[in-house]
Design a protein around this ligand. Structure first.
Ligand code: B12
Ligand code: SF4
Length: 433
């Protein structure tokens, strides 16, 4: 049997607003696909042949022959994914889907595929393949709630690297430290997809994943701020991973592209841990703002104490020789029209060189989505617009047009005196946009 994995395309900020490419002197970070399909490839029985196609590089076509097609997608890619699902079914082919969108919106996704998988795929996938081989696919498979990560193999990252192309050759891929989260932040899908329990990826699996990336000349992107939690032994686990990272002989900045973390959390980390992170070779934090109460207050209302903490977070990064790369979110319910000026002011005060801007997006199935549905504030359900670059809801303190205009102006204003970034090395001027 041959399985064809497909990663459907989605629009990035610069594609939603091409005029931004003129105003922003940075390169667009395209990024590799989610680890989902590489994780499934790692648990695929050897007798099943797998192939991978990235629809962002070349539009998917029926010329790609297979016995079973498997799509993996998050919300921004859902419009295209459902189009491909319809196309395959109209041609009489079998197609299944999993990932964030099918997990959060199974009732919408199920109309476009023979089968959908809700939640973590590893335990379900071999069963689904056996059913497909017998011609007995079920319409829905649910993740096994008892699946134990102790048995988790590292993702088959080679499948993605082999499919790279001059137009897309990421120099990093995500490296997971944990799955699931017991908190329920209003805009996050993780507890919904990966359950509300923090489970740690075995250290050996992480180190093998790191070595696999090193072998292919790739850095690891550590994207989960759950690494910094005290409970479930997460911080201890993260520290032992840092020990392993330190043993990786590559120079500083060549092993890890960034560690993602909620910005004010930086202030809660003890200096010893920050030193360990820096000494292990990490030289960039991806600081996420606008999801936590402190930055919401700082930018949304101009609260002086919160603003002071926001600036202090940047200073703290410099203190440990770690570049602060910020991601600033606009459109929270606490944001009045002053939010745009406050963000620019923060950038000046803190001496931020590079940043990205994002529009609050109530991703389907999250607490924010349910709340806005109840309040009748969702104004757009074209899933391809759910990419943090469009206004899909009615903001509380301004009009949708004002929010969109403010977001576009932020990019222009922030970068207008930073055109010199154009002369930096590609890696140093690449941002999510
Ligand atoms: C790497 C990454 C990216 C990459 C790749 C995109 C992607 N599809 O994930 C890039 C850099 C391109 C990216 C971009 C963005 N991202 Co992103 N990204 C991630 C990140 C950090 C890791 C994804 C990952 O590898 N997960 C690990 C794998 C193993 O999990 P998984 O994909 O869920 O797969 C499992 C199951 O879902 C299932 N499964 C998955 N696929 C399939 C398929 C089949 C057939 C089966 C059976 C099962 C199955 O099994 C897998 C194994 O258990 C996640 C956070 C996270 N931890 O998930 C955010 C995340 C996916 N991103 C998110 C967002 C919002 C974005 C942006 C919009 C952000 C921005 N500011 O612009 C942009 C996208 C568009 C744009 N305008 O630029 C949100 C998505 C919200 C949503 N509802 O879709 C997330 C969840 C972050 C968050 N907490 O909010 N991102
Ligand atoms: S944003 Fe982070 S802390 Fe909040 S629910 Fe998601 S994973 Fe957990």
């Amino acid at each position: 049997m041959k399985v064809q994995f497909v990663y459907p395309r989605f629009e990035r900020h610069a594609q939603s607003h091409p005029e931004l490419t003129e105003a922003v002197p940075c390169d667009e970070y395209l990024g590799g696909p989610s680890l989902g399909m590489a994780s499934l490839a790692a648990v695929t029985p050897p007798q099943v042949e797998v192939a991978f196609h990235d629809d962002r590089l070349k539009p998917f076509s029926l010329a790609l022959e297979a016995d079973l097609y498997a799509l993996s997608f998050f919300t921004p890619a859902a419009t295209r994914a459902m189009q491909i699902g319809d196309m395959l079914r109209a041609a009489g082919k079998k197609v299944v889907a999993g990932g964030i969108f099918p997990s959060m919106m199974p009732h919408v996704a199920k109309e476009h595929f023979d089968s959908i998988v809700v939640g973590e795929g590893e335990a379900v996938w071999p069963r689904l393949l056996a059913d497909a081989a017998r011609g007995e696919l079920k319409p829905r498979y649910d993740a096994d709630p008892d699946y134990d990560l102790a048995n988790l193999p590292p993702p088959k990252i080679d499948m993605y690297v082999d499919a790279e192309d001059p137009a897309l050759h990421p120099d990093d891929y995500p490296l997971q430290t944990s799955r699931g989260c017991p908190l329920s932040c209003d805009a996050c899908v993780l507890p919904g997809v990966m359950r509300n329990k923090l489970r740690l990826i075995p250290e050996q699996t992480m180190l093998t994943a790191l070595a696999d990336l090193a072998r292919r000349g790739k850095r690891a992107a550590l994207t989960e701020d759950t690494s910094f939690f005290f409970f479930s032994g997460a911080r201890r686990h993260f520290r032992s991973f840092l020990e392993g990272l330190k043993r990786d002989p590559r120079p500083r900045g060549e092993k890890v592209s960034y560690i993602g973390i909620s910005m004010p959390m930086i202030l809660s980390l003890d200096p010893k841990l920050l030193r360990e992170i820096s000494e292990a070779g990490v030289n960039r934090f991806y600081l996420v703002c606008g999801f936590d109460p402190i930055t919401r207050k700082a930018f949304g209302t101009g609260d002086p104490d919160s603003m002071r903490k926001a600036v202090a977070s940047i200073e703290r990064c410099h203190e440990f020789d770690i570049e602060p790369y910020t991601s600033l979110l606009v459109g929270n319910d606490t944001d009045d029209e002053g939010v745009f000026d406050r963000m620019l002011e923060f950038g000046r005060k803190a001496g931020v060189d590079k940043t990205e801007f994002a529009i609050f997006t109530p991703y389907p199935g999250t607490p924010a989505w349910h709340q806005m549905q109840e309040q009748g504030r969702i104004i757009d359900t074209t899933w391809s617009h759910y990419n943090d670059a469009n206004v899909v809801f009615r903001p509380k303190q301004m009009t949708p047009d004002r929010l969109l205009q403010g977001y576009l102006d932020l990019w222009r204003e922030f970068y207008k005196d930073k055109m010199h970034l154009q002369s930096l090395d590609h890696r140093d001027r690449t941002i999510q946009f």
